[in-house]
Design a protein around this ligand. Structure first.
Ligand code: C2E
Ligand code: CA
Ligand code: CA
Length: 660
């Protein structure tokens, strides 16, 4: 088969060639005429062409082959381009287009062998086709910026050049027809003039369809389907542009926003409401920003805002203020008013980083801090966090750590304040990191909370603690084990069933498990927490309110919670012998707890004076370094076997005479 295009893709099928039906020809001419008008060839020229065509009797027949090919090309081009931009499996279609273009090109070669026009058109077409190929290849590799660059710098100019070349060929053959002596020469010249015009139209149409499909696909690849906001891909590009030292921008601020109560809306009201809420949130945030500022959705309820040229912390804080104002207003959804609120973290370029990854990581750290400290907004604190680059990669390593068994539990005993009898042991998780050694929970629990890793983490801790308790029990020590429950888990309605399953699996009586929950977790959503706590209570599990006194709990809620124990926070306990105000808080908490019929325990007991005072004011139990530091299960078991002589991790080598 002759080829007009020098370059062929391997494996392409032959172009289907069928007989031309009348309606196809009619349509083809319609399409050509309307498209020619669009491409700027005057109607006069068309009429003139038709008049001459009628003079050449066999023109209609001679045009047939070419029209069939042209028709195929036009329809295939549309389909192929649409298909190609969206699915990479359209390579075959593109071969078919090449075949069709070849068919037209071969007409030039056949009827005007070795012509300069045919060669010029061929050369221009190859340049154009190569550029388009490259553009789509980059697009398929998700290099949208690269594809756009090729389009602007190569495909579009090559398209203009090709069109100009075809128009030149058309003029050339029309002039040749005017000069021609014989009827046959007139016919040939007119056919070639028409062929050139058809190609102008087809190439123009193909180019427009390609560009439109490309624009649409580019939009889809760089925007979020639900809200229509730019997505992570586009955000990365824009950050790169803002941070580019060679570019015009001088720095930028990046804000990350995480909605505070989105998950509840989604879980309780359903995805429809969740989606509507996200759309409204997106619009509201856009309303706060200037035209050159961008809000992107990163997925779920996480948004990012890029403020090009903003490098002052006070300017970022004022945008964060405006965002809070916007997000704190209720969102009306089908007659329900929802309030969500959000936590915002920010990082500055170049102060905190120069790449999209660095800035996102740092804004993310600031956002955790804003969320966990309930401050609403935080700017990345370079002095705290950049000195500790571990934090930046910990999140990704934590997932692997959980899976590969790098988490271990240490246990800290709780003892009776009067008799020193062991009343239980609290499980405290540690991460034995292969490179960084033992990492304390304060460094990774907030991270786990934020990334959702808290679910597998809590499951691991519960499973290990229940097994440990069972093993102590089989060894003759019936000591209840206490496990810390994070906010996320406490608000998950599926959590009680998870606990029940683990207890059943290890055949441990529920009374041997205590769950420590915090006031702040309860107050994050009191109604939901109450529901979960009631179900846990129904299982027979004990509940302890941890860090009591640090939260802003309302007695109205607490009195309805079926809890068994109050644990006075160590910040009051450790200074109660030196600070009268703390002593007052501790005394009143003990009294409050006793009056409510609760067991009261004090944590953070570091010396005998504190222990004595707690005992004197009626505190039931104590926990702290003075009795024992958190120790491995083996150390605790050894200590239990030696009981009641020495404490396993006590700095003073024993609990003193109190443990006698
Ligand atoms: P927490 O629940 O208040 O745990 C008590 C913390 O106080 C422990 O720190 C313990 O080692 C420390 N501590 C005990 N006695 C003393 C003392 O006498 N003086 C002082 N200064 N500190 C004492 P740790 O193990 O670093 O845990 C810190 C926090 O991490 C825990 O506070 C808890 O909120 C969280 N955490 C630990 N394990 C888990 C877990 O498995 N799940 C969850 N969700 N959180 C956990
Ligand atoms: Ca605790
Ligand atoms: Ca505590």
């Amino acid at each position: 088969m002759r080829t007009f295009l020098a370059r062929r893709r391997p494996g392409g099928p032959e172009a289907p060639v069928g007989g031309a039906s009348r309606w196809r020809l009619g349509l083809l001419w319609l399409m050509i005429i309307s498209a020619i008008t669009v491409t700027g060839v005057s109607a006069v020229a068309i009429t003139e062409l038709q008049r001459k065509a009628e003079r050449a009797g066999e023109l209609q027949d001679l045009l047939n082959d070419m029209k069939v090919a042209a028709w195929q090309q036009s329809t295939l081009t549309s389909q192929a381009v649409m298909a190609h931009a969206l699915t990479p499996a359209a390579e075959r279609r593109r071969d078919e287009i090449d075949e069709a273009v070849d068919a037209i090109g071969n007409e030039f070669e056949d009827r005007d062998p070795g012509s300069a026009q045919a060669r010029a058109v061929q050369a221009a077409y190859i340049v154009y086709d190569t550029a388009v190929d490259e553009e789509f290849d980059l697009f398929a590799e998700n290099d949208i910026a690269g594809a756009q660059r090729i389009q602007a710098e190569r495909s579009d100019p090559a398209f203009q050049a090709l069109t100009a070349e075809l128009e030149r060929a058309d003029r050339h053959y029309q002039e040749a027809a005017d000069r021609a002596g014989t009827r046959a020469q007139v016919g040939t010249a007119l056919i070639l003039a028409a062929a050139a015009l058809i190609m102008v139209v087809l190439v123009g149409q193909s180019h427009r369809v390609r560009s439109r499909a490309f624009r649409r696909a580019t939009f889809q690849a760089s925007h979020d389907a639900l809200t229509g906001l730019p997505n992570r891909v586009m955000l990365h590009e824009r950050i790169a542009a803002a941070a580019d030292p060679a570019g015009e921008q001088i720095g930028a601020a990046l804000l990350l926003i995480d909605l505070d109560r989105f998950k509840e809306v989604n879980d309780t009201l359903g995805h429809h409401y969740g989606d509507q809420l996200l759309i409204q949130v997106a619009r509201r945030m856009q309303g706060v920003l200037r035209r050159d500022e961008m809000v992107a959705r990163l997925g779920g309820d996480e948004f990012a805002i890029l403020l090009p040229g903003v490098t002052e912390s006070k300017d970022v804080a004022s945008v964060a203020d405006r965002l809070h104002d916007a997000l704190d207003q209720p969102f009306p959804l089908d007659g329900i008013n929802l309030t969500v609120g959000g936590s915002i973290g920010a990082a500055l370029c170049p102060e905190h980083g120069n790449t999209a990854d660095e800035l996102l990581q740092r804004a993310d750290i600031a956002m955790y801090a804003a969320k966990t400290n309930r401050t609403g907004y935080m700017l990345f604190n370079a002095s705290q966090d950049s000195s500790d680059p571990r934090k930046l990669t910990l999140a990704s390593e934590l997932r692997r750590g959980i899976e590969q068994g790098e988490l271990v539990l240490h246990y800290q005993p709780k003892v009776d304040a009067q008799t020193s009898e062991v009343l239980g042991a609290e499980a405290l998780v540690r991460w034995q990191h292969p490179e960084h050694g033992m990492i304390p929970p304060d460094e990774f629990i907030p991270l786990a909370e934020h990334t959702g890793l808290i679910t597998p983490l809590t499951r691991f801790v519960l499973d290990a603690a229940i097994q440990q308790c069972r093993s102590w029990r089989l060894g003759g020590h019936e000591i209840p084990v206490a496990v810390n429950v994070s906010t996320h888990r406490l608000l998950d309605l599926a959590f009680p069933a998870e606990v029940a399953n683990l207890l059943a699996r290890w055949e441990l009586p529920a009374r041997l498990l205590t769950l420590e929950i915090t006031e702040s977790a309860i107050m994050a959503d009191p109604d939901r927490a109450l529901e979960v706590v009631q179900q846990l209570h129904a299982l027979g599990v004990s509940l302890s309110i941890d860090d009591f006194g640090t939260g802003y709990s309302s007695m109205a809620y607490l009195k309805n919670l079926p809890v068994d124990e109050l644990k006075i926070d160590r910040s009051f306990v450790s200074s109660m012998t030196t600070n009268e105000r703390d002593a007052v808080i501790v005394r009143s908490t003990v009294e409050l707890g006793r009056n409510l019929g609760l067991h009261v325990i004090a944590e953070g007991v570091e010396d005998i004076a504190t222990w004595n005072e707690l005992d004197a004011v009626g505190c039931h139990a104590i926990q702290g370094y003075y009795v024992s530091r958190p120790v491995t299960p083996g150390q605790l078991e050894e200590w239990l076997n030696r009981q009641p002589t020495t404490a396993p991790g006590s700095a003073v080598g024993a609990g003193g005479e109190r443990l006698q």
